[in-house]
Design a protein around this ligand. Sequence first.
Ligand code: DX5
Ligand code: ZN
Length: 217
Amino acid sequence: MLKIAPSLLAADFACLKEEMAKVEKADYLHVDVMDGQFVPNISFGPPVIAAAARISPLPFDVHMMVEEPERLIPDIFAAGQGKIDCITIHWEACRHVHRTLQVIKNLEVKAGVALNPATPISELKYILPLIDRILIMTVNPGFGGQAFLSEVLPKIEDAANLITSAKATCDIEVDGGIDRQTAPLVVSAGARVLVAGTAIFRAPDPEQVIEDLRQLS
Ligand code: DX5
Ligand code: ZN
């Protein structure tokens, strides 16, 4: 069964409580943390995560677009108040990816690694045992509402092959430009967790979009 993770970045921040209520039937709440360094944008951090954790029933899928995320991981974890299912860091943002993954695993939450469109899947080969989720970016990180990059599709297949050959159990997640048109492409390539911001929060009926995407499996 596919898992659907609406990205809070596309919600109307002026009424977050109502926005979060619209996506309660999803599997995860995808929470994008940006630092204005690794990506040119700044979104939100621990205080907003703490407020969201008080009202959302969903497990949080935290996507850290932050340089050297180790610094911020303890605060993010504490802000989640037990709601955090997975913390995903960017391979490109860590000097010592293995060590950063150990920091996450020590918190007893899932650890994910995100790859920018230009980063090959082979970078993950020797750290696969520490990874629960591979997040393949299908746009350049930093902003919602960008167009899906179809040239990344073969990387999803490469990830599926790597996982099979290593007998690993990681989920493959995709993020960026996912909607009713692009979701079937990523699902046939092997994606099992779909992040969607604009396609869900800006739709007249977010719940219906979540259900439609989930039915693709
Ligand atoms: C982009 C973020 C995404 C973003 C996706 O850097 O990681 O999660 O919210 O937005 P859409 O689905 O609109 O492309
Ligand atoms: Zn994201």
